[in-house]
Design a protein around this ligand. Structure first.
Ligand SMILES: *Cc1c(COP(=O)(O)O)cnc(C)c1O
Length: 451
């Protein structure tokens, strides 16, 4: 993006600007309307109502500009209202908006499947089914794995997040707020230990041995259809598993006829400086789940996998009314194109270097920053109680909440994460500049100082 010929033209100045209290009067008025008609179960982290968004900046209805380190939870990876995505979607709106691929198909669906076959890990024959949301991709991945294996059990890892449908509620680690009171839940879901190097201190091989022992003793390999794992956990707090953990699990899965499903819904689509985070670990999953960043903000999700596994579902067994919508598919094609044309994988590496350097600088000043971790534009810090960073590592959710609130007042939108709410995650679009990162780090520095 430093090439001036290809330099993106932004319709909103890429800077933070706070002109009212946060939330401002117009946002507060909208919030009153919302409270009357939107249920409390749908909550908002920061109730400023957004009027425009471009690049790495959100503009609210009061004219405040926020540097967006959430990107709608890693959705607008190529940038908000990215020009190529907007044109591709606008053009597609003129041509055809909907036919339903399972009635009369169209090229855009096929093209997205070709692009996913090309860019997901491994050079085996692959096929793709397109759906609407991440949770729906997880549901379909499990369906396909069960059909292929004829087995019932599903294994997930501790601290996982997979969605809000009935099956995925059972697959999440955290009960509150995702599942509390919403049961009964789907059965045959088993929660196996993860690799969490900062806390367990285990090597990849040791952590994998622990996970495998659980799967063999508690589930039994012959009943296990699939293991679903996020290569870097999202909501769990961006834990990077110890080296060799994922490949050891994959080897065990292959040896035991278990389908390895990588949930790359948050970590995929160029977020980590690779198309898919699996690549950083030498992992070649049997099935890969994509969603969030795949279509530049339009709803689209995918299950991509080994052709022989994907083909185990009978005709009519997969699909859905809106799955692979032509407008969303056209946007996804533009996203793949942008990744190539603007070398967005390099942008992920740039952001990693810039954010990690800034956050390590803060870690030297503030001993409650226990760990700085992550890959690409998926970086987090875990906050602990004073004096426990090297010992008990007791979670400090209160500090995270205060920093998120302070930063919002200054025009920096941050997200929390982690089972204990004590992780601050940075999940910006790849359009975020080093200048905006430096600016945000100085705001966060002030936020820590103010604690
Ligand atoms: C967001 C997310 C999901 C669920 O996706 P939705 O589109 O919200 O249904 C599943 N897995 C991971 C890793 C996610 O981050």
């Amino acid at each position: 993006m430093t090439d001036t010929l290809n330099a993106p033209v932004y319709t909103v100045p890429q800077e933070r600007r706070i002109v009212t209290a946060v939330p401002g009067p117009a946002s507060q008025a909208l919030h009153q309307r919302r409270l009357a008609v939107v249920p409390t179960g749908v909550s908002s982290a920061l109730p400023v109502y957004i009027a425009r968004a471009n690049g790495a900046i959100l503009v609210d209805v009061d004219g405040n500009q926020f540097v967006d380190f959430g990107a709608g939870i890693g959705v607008t990876t190529v940038g908000h209202t990215e020009t190529a995505v907007v044109s591709a979607a606008a053009e597609q709106l003129q041509d055809v908006i909907h036919t339903l691929f399972t009635i009369t198909p169209y090229e855009e669906y096929v093209r997205v499947a070709e692009l996913l076959a090309e860019h997901t890990p491994g050079d085996h024959a692959k096929k793709t089914v397109l759906v609407n949301s991440g949770a729906e991709a997880v549901e379909n991945g499990v369906k396909i794995a069960r059909k292929h294996t004829g087995r019932r059990a599903v294994a997930v890892l501790d601290h996982a997040y997979h969605g809000r449908t009935n099956l995925t509620m059972a697959m999440n680690y955290k009960a509150a707020p995702y599942a509390t009171g919403f049961g009964p839940f789907a059965g045959d879901v088993y929660h196996a230990p993860n690799s969490y190097p900062y806390h367990d201190g285990l090597s990849g091989a040791e952590a994998a041995a622990r996970t495998i022992a659980y799967l063999e003793k508690v589930v039994g390999a012959s009943d296990l259809a699939c293991l679903v794992a996020e290569p870097i956990q999202g909501e769990g707090g961006f834990m990077v598993p110890a080296e060799g953990f994922l490949t050891a699990l994959q080897e065990w899965c292959t040896a035991n006829g278990v389908v390895f499903i990588a949930d790359e819904i948050q970590s995929g689509m160029a977020r980590t400086g690779a198309y898919f985070a699996s690549e950083h670990f030498g992992l070649v999953p049997d099935l890969v789940l994509s969603a969030k960043g795949i279509a530049g903000g339009l709803p689209l999700a995918a299950v991509t996998g080994r052709a022989e596994i994907m083909d185990s579902a009978q005709p009519g067994g997969l699909g859905g009314t809106f799955g692979g919508n032509p407008v969303a598919a056209a946007a996804a094609i533009a996203v793949f194109d942008e990744i190539e044309k603007n070398d967005l994988l390099a942008e992920g590496r740039r952001i990693e270097a810039s954010l990690t350097a800034g956050l390590r600088g803060l870690q030297e000043k503030y001993d409650i920053i226990g760990e700085v971790r992550g890959i690409g534009a998926m970086i987090a810090i875990e906050l602990v109680q004073p004096g426990t960073a090297q010992t008990t590592k007791l979670p400090n959710a209160d500090a995270v909440s205060k920093i998120v609130a302070y930063a919002a007042q200054q025009g920096v939108l941050l997200l929390n994460a982690g089972t204990y709410g004590n992780v601050l995650r940075f999940l910006p679009s790849l359009a975020v500049s080093d200048e905006l990162i430096a600016d945000a780090i100085s705001v966060i520095d002030d936020a820590f100082a103010a604690l």
